[in-house]
Design a protein around this ligand. Structure first.
Ligand code: GLP
Length: 243
C-alpha cells in the first residue's frame, strides 16, 4: 500500500504500465495491459498520454483488455465503456484500435461472447499489468458483493448502489443506467501478473480498509486481492482514512 497525493499515485501507476510496455515483448508475448473505466484511472491515462507525446512512449504492438462493459448500450453511446476507453486513452496514443478488446455488451449469445473473451486473454498471453479502481461497496470491475471468488467473465446484475454511484455519468438519472453488465470475473482479474489498484477520496475509505485489512470475503470482492502475489494499492490520504 502506498499513500500519496493523487498526482503521485497516477505517476506510480503509469510507471507500472511503462515497465511492461517499454521493453516490447515480455515473457514471449507482446505486452498486454488491462484497462479500467471509472474516474480513478483517468489521471493515469493522462500521464500515459503525456509520456507518449512528450517522451515517445509507444503503445504500438501492445494489446489491451478492458475489465467490463454495460449490456445493451447502443454502439455509439458515450457511456459505453468501449467508447469511454477510446476517448480517454486509446485514441490519444498509438495503440492499434484492433488491439483494444472489451467484452461485447451487444452480443446475441452472451455466454459465448464471455467465453471467447476469456480465450482471447489467454491467447494474448495473459494480462501483464492490470489497472483497477474499486467501488464504494468493494467491487472490482463489476464484481459486486456476493460474486464468486472463482468467477470468470460473465453477465452480472448491477447493484442499486453501483447504479446510484454511476448515475452521474448518465445525467444523474439512475433509470438511464443499465441493469446488467459483462465483467471479467475475480479469477480472471487474479490471473493478471501485476494488479495496480487506485482509490482516492473518503468515499473509498471503507472499501480500502476491507481490501487491505478485512477478512477475504465475497461480500467485499476486492479482498480476494490479498491472495495475489503482486498487488500495488495506491491511495490518497482520504481513502487511507480507515487504515
Ligand atoms: C465502475 C467500474 C469499476 C470502477 C468503479 C469505481 O463501477 N466498473 O471498474 O472501479 O466504477 O469508479 P470510480 O473510479 O469512478 O470511483
Amino acid at each position: 500500500v502506498i499513500i500519496a497525493p493523487a498526482p503521485q499515485l497516477a505517476r506510480l501507476a503509469a510507471d507500472a504500465v511503462e515497465r511492461v510496455v517499454r521493453p516490447g515483448e515480455v515473457n514471449g508475448h507482446r505486452p498486454v495491459i488491462g484497462l479500467a473505466t471509472g474516474s480513478s484511472p483517468l489521471a493515469v491515462y493522462d500521464e500515459l498520454v503525456r509520456r507518449h507525446t512528450e517522451e515517445g512512449l509507444s503503445f504500438a504492438g501492445v494489446t489491451a483488455f478492458m475489465l467490463d462493459e454495460y449490456v445493451g448500450l447502443p454502439a455509439d453511446h458515450p457511456e459505453r465503456y468501449r467508447n469511454v476507453i477510446e476517448k480517454e486513452i486509446a485514441s490519444r496514443i498509438d495503440i492499434d484500435p484492433a488491439d483494444v478488446h472489451g467484452p461485447d455488451g451487444l452480443a446475441e449469445d452472451i455466454p459465448a461472447a464471455c467465453a471467447a473473451y476469456e480465450q482471447a486473454i489467454l491467447d494474448a498471453g495473459g494480462v501483464d499489468v492490470q489497472i483497477l479502481g474499486i467501488g464504494t461497496d468493494g467491487h472490482i470491475a463489476f464484481n459486486e458483493p456476493g460474486s464468486s471468488l472463482a468467477s470468470r467473465t460473465r453477465i452480472k446484475t448491477l447493484t442499486r448502489q453501483t447504479r446510484e454511484d454511476n448515475a452521474r455519468f448518465f445525467g444523474g438519472d439512475i433509470d438511464q443506467v443499465p441493469q446488467h453488465c459483462l465483467t471479467q470475473g475475480l479469477a480472471t482479474i487474479m490471473s493478471a501478473r501485476h494488479l495496480v489498484l487506485l482509490a482516492t477520496g473518503k468515499g473509498k475509505a471503507e472499501a480500502v480498509h476491507q481490501l487491505t485489512e478485512g477478512p477475504v470475503s465475497a461480500m467485499w470482492p476486492a479482498t480476494i486481492l490479498q491472495h495475489h502475489p503482486h498487488v500495488t494499492v495506491l491511495v490518497d490520504d482520504a481513502a487511507a482514512g480507515r487504515l
